[in-house]
Design a protein around this ligand. Structure first.
Ligand SMILES: [Zn+2]
Length: 396
């Protein structure tokens, strides 16, 4: 009887919160009274036996993942909140919590009720994995909102695997329980070292250490890769190992066991010790042409004749002169990566279209051919034919 009475009291609160929903409230009150009667009857019939366990109906939760086309107001009214309450909640979210809308695919609303039939008395908005806002209908019928902290636990997870006969790394990684995002991060990290389409062989072993973020015992995401080790059967390099290291200034990079830049092919590229004279800039005013033209690479100042090493192992796909780049070489690496070296004074002997080059192999010499104001190396990194900012790949 006690619990059933509590239900009725709660419904009084909701009469104020949702005044337009009288029919439903009356139905709930009637249902609660009926339930009380049934409980009393049950007590008599079962004489305190197992039947008593039924007590009041359990609290009820409805979780709604926000989809495209959803608005807060729509989702609230679908849960039988009045238009007035929906508007008040939206205004309160904006003024108290700085939330001006809900995002499809990212946000989730949990509607809580005292029982399945009762009106909503609590709403939790999960905005992305890390933000929670609790909206509560108070005893006075007014809604209030507060951001609550999300208890996040980060664990280090170690996973390992071995490429089976006919296997590929991505599937083997997923089979080993590595989250797909972490698998892709590993592929990106090792992209210059391993060709994941052609160089994967049965028996290659890998180990990865990554962060896993959990909330309420649920894994929210596979976080950052901390360490990765991968067997190479390509050459005598043995295991490739990369350790994530964050410097005091907050910048981080991947390093090998000896603290050298682990993305070796890029660290050594293009010319040791050369200074950057022009950065990647999508809106640069071209020094020779005079009008705005994207600078799709990085320029390194160096004396004419300075040897230019290849960024990584690959195959020469272009070796020619054009009016802009002058003498240039384009090398295709694994996994959709290409590098471009322009304004060369001359090509290295033996470097032709189709030549396979090793990492660090000299492909040509610094010059000032093409549209150039002085001797320098213009260097580009392309991924799937789109020029990317080499600064994201180089410690420059
Ligand atoms: Zn340039």
């Amino acid at each position: 009887m006690e619990k059933a009475k509590t239900n009725i009291d709660k419904n009084n609160c909701d009469v104020v919160c949702a005044p337009a929903n009288r029919t439903a409230i009356i139905a709930v009150v009637v249902a609660s009274i009926l339930l009380s009667v049934l409980l009393i009857a049950g007590g008599v019939i079962f004489f305190g036996g197992r039947g008593m366990v039924a007590a009041a109906p359990p609290p009820h939760e409805t979780v709604v993942a926000v989809q495209s086309g959803d608005t807060l107001s729509k989702l609230l009214t679908e849960q039988n909140l009045t238009k007035g309450d929906a508007n008040a909640i939206a205004a309160m979210l904006k003024s108290d919590c700085g939330v001006s809308g809900i995002r499809a695919g990212a946000d989730r609303l949990t509607f809580k009720r005292a029982n399945e039939e009762a009106p909503v008395d609590k709403i939790v908005l999960a905005s992305g994995p890390w933000k929670r806002i609790e909206m509560t209908c108070g005893a006075d019928g007014k809604w209030s909102a507060a951001e609550v902290s999300v208890e996040k636990s980060t664990y280090l997870v170690r996973k390992s695997g071995k490429i089976p006969a006919g296997g590929v790394f991505s599937q083997t990684g997923i089979d080993a329980g590595i989250p797909i995002g972490v698998v892709y991060e590993i592929i990106n990290l090792l992209a210059f070292e391993i060709d994941f389409e052609r160089d994967i062989q049965p028996g290659q072993e890998f180990v990865v250490l990554y962060e896993e973020n959990m909330i309420d015992g649920r894994t929210i995401d596979g976080g950052r890769v901390i360490f990765v080790s991968f067997d190479t059967h390509l050459d005598r390099r043995g295991k490739l190992e990369m350790y994530r290291f964050e410097k005091p200034d907050g910048k981080f990079g991947f390093y090998d066991f000896e603290g050298k830049g682990a993305i070796k092919s890029l660290k050594r590229t293009p010319i040791d010790g050369a200074s950057v004279s022009s950065k990647f800039n999508p809106n640069r005013k071209h020094p020779v042409l005079g009008f705005t033209r994207a600078h799709k690479g990085v320029d390194f100042r160096a004396a004419t004749g300075t040897p230019i090493p290849s960024a990584g192992a690959g195959r020469v796909v272009k070796r020619e002169f054009n009016s802009g780049y002058g003498n240039f070489v384009r090398i295709r690496h694994a996994n959709g990566f290409e590098t471009v070296y322009a304004h060369m004074s001359r090509f290295q002997k033996g470097i032709n279209v189709g030549t396979t080059v090793a990492q660090g192999q000299i492909i040509g010499f610094v010059g000032s051919t093409g549209l150039s104001t002085g001797p320098h190396l213009h260097f580009e990194i392309r991924i799937n034919n789109v020029a990317v900012n080499p600064a994201n790949y180089l410690p420059i």
